[in-house]
Write a protein that binds this ligand. Sequence first.
Ligand SMILES: O=C(O)CCC(=O)N[C@@H](CCC(=O)O)C(=O)O
Ligand SMILES: [Zn+2]
Length: 353
Amino acid sequence: MKQQLLQSGDFLSLTRNHEWSLPAPFSFEVTHQASNTKSLVSVLDTGIITFEPIDRKTKKDIVLSSAVHGNETAPIEICADIIRQLIKGELALAERVLFLFGNPAAINIAERFVEENLNRLFSGAHSEGDVRNKERDRAKALEQAVTNFFTQLGEHNLCEEGERERYHYDLHTAIRGSKNDKFAVYPFRHGEPWKKSQLCFLQACDVSTILLSHSPTTTFSYFSSNNFGADAFTVELGKVMPFGQNDMAKFTKVKETLTKFVSGQPLELAEFDESTFDIFEIDQTINKHTEGFVLNFADDAENFTDFPVGYVLATDGNIEHKVRTQGEAIIFPNANVALGQRALLTVKPTTIE
Ligand SMILES: O=C(O)CCC(=O)N[C@@H](CCC(=O)O)C(=O)O
Ligand SMILES: [Zn+2]
């Protein structure tokens, strides 16, 4: 029985043993002990698993992804443990949930990616140009999994009245340390209002710094937001650490909140109070255009470090990228990216009211 593969609930090991695909999908039922309810568990491909309450009404379709970058281990550990509790029946399930471990091969080599950054390949970017590689195929498979999850409800799924609610939290950790340790990128909403209720949810996850994006991107969270109207975010949960070196105490709030969310426990969110957030908007998106691209600050300068107006943040051939606004701060600096890709963002403080 394929189900035996998951007797211990260790979906992460199964995923790591099958780097790019699984021989065949399989599914089985689990009983949640405390509530004596049943759910259908479907392993659709490597790193792709859904949990669906059987014959119970649901309203939410929740996607929790991690390992879109293989070396960002804390989110992988958080998700692996929630998955384990669900498979073992230790945790109740109240809503449909899709868990994704984005890049299993990159997990195994403890790198951000194998050949190409997966989080630059969504919204069809995987099929542009002549390049073919496994990450491009994986991006396509992940898009398909999310599309199917949001648009196809199985026969066991009973829906509550009204429109379904769609969510996608794409969990990451940052390469550098950050003055604001945890933060979320809110993908471009094409003029739709930023949702304060979602910011309150993120705050319950210990994420009170929000970066508002003003343009389309090829990230996973933008894909779900733009194509399915999902409340979607890239959530940065601190600094990259190898497996076993994460201080899991730092993730108590995010793990508890996600656990409550999937299992239908009350979230007891605080009222929105803007003074308890740090809201920024993305200002400059600086792409690398030449092999001469150089960042003009220390390798250990943290995310959210600001520089004086006029300061040259980076040079790229003859081009100088300068600070334009007081308070403008650096995010995700990385000179070691492919030509044409983002090497640095800047953000500046803003408000959402
Ligand atoms: O620390 C870094 O340089 C990168 C951390 C990371 O992987 N961030 C995401 C952000 C995606 C987004 O802008 O929504 C990425 O670069 O893919
Ligand atoms: Zn990442």
